[in-house]
Design a protein around this ligand. Structure first.
Ligand SMILES: *[C@@H]1O[C@H](CO)[C@@H](O)[C@H](O)[C@H]1NC(C)=O
Length: 317
């Protein structure tokens, strides 16, 4: 049985819907069957189906918005078909939000990975960081209940394959997030942990500037409690709280001062190597963060390369 996950591509949002369909036309794509105990007759339909909902946008209605840290909001939408629908967005995959600013000729499109579950009925949830002068994020932060938002997608992406037979040793993968890059990493982790027949273990490293930048903390803790043998989250705080004279964060295994550097990666890799490191396709590291971080860690001559991880073994969102 193959479970399929998707990845977001940075290049796609700037193409038109038609171009996206053309570009992705050759890519194999399928979505994960929602694991529901319903009979076939009342199986929920999907709001988003590639490629038609990439061409024709869907209108979602905002039901709730909530500020979850100093610059990030969680926005909850109702799917057009209500409880009879699920989003159709596989774990780790992104949708494109679309709005046309006043007096603008062209719409603004941005990829966001939902934090709601792929098989959750009637609901899509996005966690959106506000960037200074960010056109999409400012619009998203201005939304209030009752407002509508156009979305397209899902963007086809990474195909996660669940082994037919359980491997002799449990597989491990390393998930690395920087800042707001946590949303696809969180979604992928949740998808891997909750998929049936899946035993893969996850080392998740998340680099943030300050503890105030952390979101989804409760959600990550819940996953760690639910899958204690399979998920370990390590936070790396690089801002002023990381100064030597600043107080310790307490649990030094879980909370590190400084960037996700060679030492931190080495430790996490050692834990991965205690089993079989890499997924069925040989991908060992999934990386999502700001471009400078992705380059420093996963670029040519980056830290991972120095630690012997080849470019092919790293998947960047
Ligand atoms: C990190 O946080 C500090 C203090 O909150 C802030 O002054 C600084 O600009 C932040 N750096 C980045 C890269 O966001």
């Amino acid at each position: 049985m193959a479970s399929l996950f998707s990845r977001a591509s940075r290049a796609l949002p700037y193409l038109t819907g038609a171009a996206v369909v053309g570009a992705a036309g050759t890519a194999f794509y399928a979505t994960r069957r929602p694991l529901l105990l319903d009979s076939k007759a009342n199986e929920p339909s999907k709001t988003l189906n590639f490629p038609s909902s990439m061409l024709f946008s869907k209108q979602l209605t905002v039901t709730n918005t909530e500020q979850i840290n100093h610059d990030t909001r969680r926005i909850t939408f109702q799917l057009p078909g209500g409880e009879g629908e699920v989003s159709g967005v596989p774990a780790g995959a992104a949708v494109l939000t679309q709005h046309t600013p006043k007096n603008a000729w062209f719409p603004v499109l941005r990829p966001y990975t939902p934090t709601s579950d792929p098989d959750e009925r009637g609901v899509l949830q996005l966690v959106v960081k506000q960037y200074p002068n960010g056109r999409a994020s400012s619009h998203m932060h201005s939304l209030t209940p009752g407002d509508k938002l156009s979305i397209r997608g899902p963007i086809p992406g990474y195909t996660w394959i669940v082994s037919k037979e359980p491997p002799k040793e449990a597989r491990s993968v390393l998930l690395v997030a920087g800042g707001a890059g946590i949303t696809p990493i969180y979604s992928l982790a949740k998808g891997i942990l909750s998929a049936s027949n899946e035993q893969t273990r996850i080392q998740l490293l998340w680099g943030v500037n300050g503890t105030r930048d952390i979101v989804l903390k409760k959600e990550l803790e819940d996953l760690e409690l639910k899958y204690p043998e399979r998920l370990q989250v390590t936070y790396c705080v690089s801002g002023p709280e990381a100064k030597p004279e600043a107080p310790s964060f307490g649990d030094e295994k879980k909370w590190k001062k400084g960037y996700i550097d060679a030492a931190v990666l080495k430790e996490a890799i050692a834990r991965c190597e205690s089993g079989q490191w890499g997924d069925e396709k040989g991908t060992k590291v999934f990386l999502c963060g700001p471009p400078a971080m992705e380059k420093a860690i996963g670029g040519k001559g980056g830290v991972l390369a120095e630690l012997g991880v080849t470019g092919k073994q790293v998947h960047k969102f």
